[in-house]
Design a protein around this ligand. Structure first.
Ligand code: NAD
Length: 488
C-alpha cells in the first residue's frame, strides 16, 4: 500500500527504521499522510473547533502541566509556567481564533486588460503534513504556539517535544490525543535519535526551535528532501543601557528579564552594555533589584532550578572560566543560603572586567549569569554588538531619539524591546523569529499562519477574454495585439 511507504532521502535513516522508535515514527507519519491524501487540510470549522477544544483541555490540565514542568526542571516556578507556558499558549490560541476568518479570506488581485473578465486571487492554503521540533525551556509554549499556527493554517502536525522534559512531553501527548485524531496531530516522544529521524522526514515544512548548532544540522537534514524550514534559534542578546538612562530602572528590568526561568529563556538578556564609568552603579542596582525579586533562592518557589546537572555544570564552567581569566564576580545570594548543587538553584551572578575570549562572551549563556561590558560612545556599543552574530533580541534603554535611531539603524536583531526586556515576544500581533545565526522565518499571530500556509495564486480564465486569441498560427491579428501591448 503506497501510504505505508515513507521515502527517506537519507539512506542512513532508512536503515534505522528497523528500531521500535522509528516504527512508531513511520506509523505516526503514515497516518498523517494518509489523512492528508484522503481529506486534504483541516476545514476552517474544524480548525476553529479543534483550537477551542485545545484551549479547554489546556485549562483542564493546568495543574498537571504545572506539576509536570516542575518535575522536569527539578523545580520550575508555578507562576512562570502559568504565565509563559499556559497563558502564552492560550493567548496564541485565542488570537488565532479571533483573526482566522480574516487570515483565511482570499485576496482579490487586479487582472490586466487582455485577461479580463478573468479573475485572480491569492488563497492561503495548508502546506500538508508539517513537523515541529521543540526545546525544553518553555516546553508547553514552544510546542503549542507553533502547533496553533500550523492548525490555524489547516495542516496536519507531527510534534517532537524535547527529551529533557519527558513528563511534560508525555502529558502533551495525552492532552493532544484528547483533541486531535491521529490523522490530524501525532506526538512522537524519544531522544535525539527520534528528533534526527523527524528532521529527515519528507515533511511539507519543519519548524525547529533550539540551539544554533543543532539548527544547522536540522537544516542540513531537511535539505535532502528540500523541506522548507523555519529555524527559531538562540544567541547572545544584548541589553544596552543608553547614555543618561535611569540606571535603577534599567537594572531592575534587566534583572526581571534575566532571572525569569533562571535565565533559561532564548530572549533573555545575555550581556549588559553599560556606559563606561557606570558599571558599579549598575551592579549595585542589579543586586538590590534581585534581592527584592528573590529575597531567598533555595526554598523560593518563584526561583526556578537549572534544568539538568549538565546545564548546571556548564554554567559553573562559564563562571570559572571567566574568573580564571581575571574577571570579577558577584554572587547574589540575598539570604546567604547554602545552595545544594543537587537542587540546581544557581545564585544570580554578575561578571565584569571579563577578558575577550572568555567562553561567557562567546557562548549563549542560558542561565542566571550576566557579564557586564562597557562602552564610551554609542558607536562603540554598536561595534560591540556587531562583533557578534546577529542576536535573537536586542534591548535598548534610552529616551534619546537620536541614540535609538542610531543604534537600531546600525544593528540587526530578531526582535527589539525598548526600555524593558522580553515583552516584544509577548505580543501576539508581532512576528517572532531570529535573523542570521539566531534563526530564519518567524511565527506568532498572522506570521505563524503565513509560515504554515502557501499563498497560492489562482486565476480563473474567462471564455471571453482577448487572451484566448493568443495561439498559433500567429499572424496579423497577434501582431496587431502585440503592437498595441508593447507600443511601437
Ligand atoms: P537543542 O538544540 O539541544 O534541542 C532542541 C530540540 O532539538 C530537542 O527537541 C532535541 O530533541 C532536538 N535535537 C537535538 N539534536 C538534534 C539533531 N541532531 N537533529 C534534530 N533534532 C535534534 O536546544 P535545547 O537545549 O533544547 O534548547 C535551548 C536552545 O534553544 C537555546 O539555544 C535557545 O536559545 C534556543 N531556543 C530558541 C527559541 C526561539 O524561539 N528562538 C526558544 C527557546 C529556545
Amino acid at each position: 500500500m503506497v501510504d505505508a511507504v515513507i521515502e527517506f532521502p537519507s539512506g542512513q535513516v532508512r536503515q534505522k527504521l528497523a528500531s521500535a522508535a522509528d516504527k512508531r515514527l513511520s506509523g505516526a507519519f503514515t497516518q498523517l499522510r494518509t489523512g492528508w491524501r484522503h481529506d486534504g487540510g483541516l476545514t476552517a470549522d474544524r480548525r476553529d473547533e479543534a483550537l477551542d477544544h485545545l484551549a479547554r483541555v489546556i485549562v483542564k490540565y493546568q495543574a498537571a502541566l504545572v506539576e509536570a514542568v516542575s518535575r522536569d526542571f527539578g523545580h520550575r516556578s508555578p507562576h512562570e509556567t502559568r504565565l509563559a507556558d499556559i497563558q502564552a499558549s492560550l493567548s496564541a490560541i485565542r488570537y488565532a481564533r479571533k483573526h482566522l476568518s480574516r487570515w483565511i479570506r482570499p485576496q482579490r488581485v487586479g487582472v490586466a486588460l487582455p485577461f479580463l473578465p478573468g479573475r485572480a486571487r491569492v488563497e492561503m492554503v495548508p502546506l500538508g503534513v508539517v513537523g515541529i521540533i521543540s526545546p525544553w525551556n518553555y516546553p508547553i509554549q514552544l510546542a503549542l504556539v507553533p502547533l496553533t499556527a500550523a492548525i490555524a493554517a489547516g495542516n496536519r502536525v507531527l510534534l517532537k517535544p524535547s527529551e529533557l522534559t519527558p513528563h511534560t512531553a508525555a502529558l502533551l501527548e495525552r492532552l493532544l490525543a484528547e483533541v486531535f485524531d491521529p490523522t490530524e496531530v501525532a506526538v512522537v516522544t524519544g531522544g535525539v535519535d527520534m528528533a534526527q529521524a523527524v528532521s529527515h522526514l519528507p515533511l511539507d515544512h519543519l519548524l525547529f526551535t533550539g540551539s544554533t548548532s543543532v539548527g544547522r544540522q536540522v537544516m542540513r537534514a531537511a535539505s535532502d528532501a528540500l523541506v522548507p524550514v523555519t529555524l527559531e534559534l538562540g544567541g547572545k542578546s544584548p541589553a544596552i543601557i543608553g547614555p543618561g538612562f535611569d540606571m535603577a530602572l534599567a537594572a531592575e528590568r534587566i534583572a526581571i528579564g534575566k532571572l525569569f526561568n533562571a535565565g533559561q529563556t532564548c530572549i533573555a538578556p545575555d550581556y549588559a552594555l553599560v556606559p563606561r564609568g557606570r558599571e558599579a552603579e549598575f551592579i549595585d542596582h542589579f543586586e538590590k533589584a534581585t534581592s527584592r525579586l528573590y529575597p531567598r533562592l533555595g526554598d523560593n518557589a518563584d526561583y526556578s532550578a537549572i534544568v539538568t546537572d549538565k546545564h548546571y555544570e556548564r554554567l559553573l564552567g562559564l563562571i570559572d572560566d571567566a574568573r580564571r581569566r581575571g574577571a570579577n564576580a558577584r554572587f547574589i545570594n540575598p539570604a546567604g543560603e547554602a545552595l545544594e548543587p543537587a537542587k540546581r538553584k544557581l545564585a544570580p551572578t554578575l561578571l565584569w572586567q571579563v577578558p575577550e575570549g572568555s567562553a561567557v562572551l562567546t557562548q549563549e549563556i542560558f542561565g542566571p549569569v550576566l557579564p557586564i561590558l562597557s562602552y564610551l560612545t554609542v558607536e562603540e556599543a554598536v561595534a560591540l554588538v556587531n562583533s557578534r552574530p546577529r542576536p535573537l533580541a536586542l534591548y535598548l534603554f534610552s529616551r534619546r531619539k537620536a541614540d535609538v535611531d542610531f543604534i537600531l539603524g546600525r544593528t540587526r536583531a530578531g526582535g527589539v524591546t525598548l526600555n524593558d526586556t522580553l515583552l516584544h515576544a509577548a505580543q501576539d500581533g508581532l512576528p517572532f523569529g531570529g535573523v542570521g545565526e539566531s534563526g530564519m522565518g518567524s511565527y506568532h499571530g498572522e506570521a505563524g499562519f503565513r509560515t504554515f500556509s502557501q499563498a497560492r495564486p489562482l486565476f480563473r480564465a474567462s471564455r471571453f477574454s482577448p487572451a484566448r486569441l493568443v495561439r498559433p498560427p500567429y499572424g496579423e491579428r497577434i501582431d496587431r495585439m502585440l503592437r498595441w501591448l508593447i507600443g511601437r
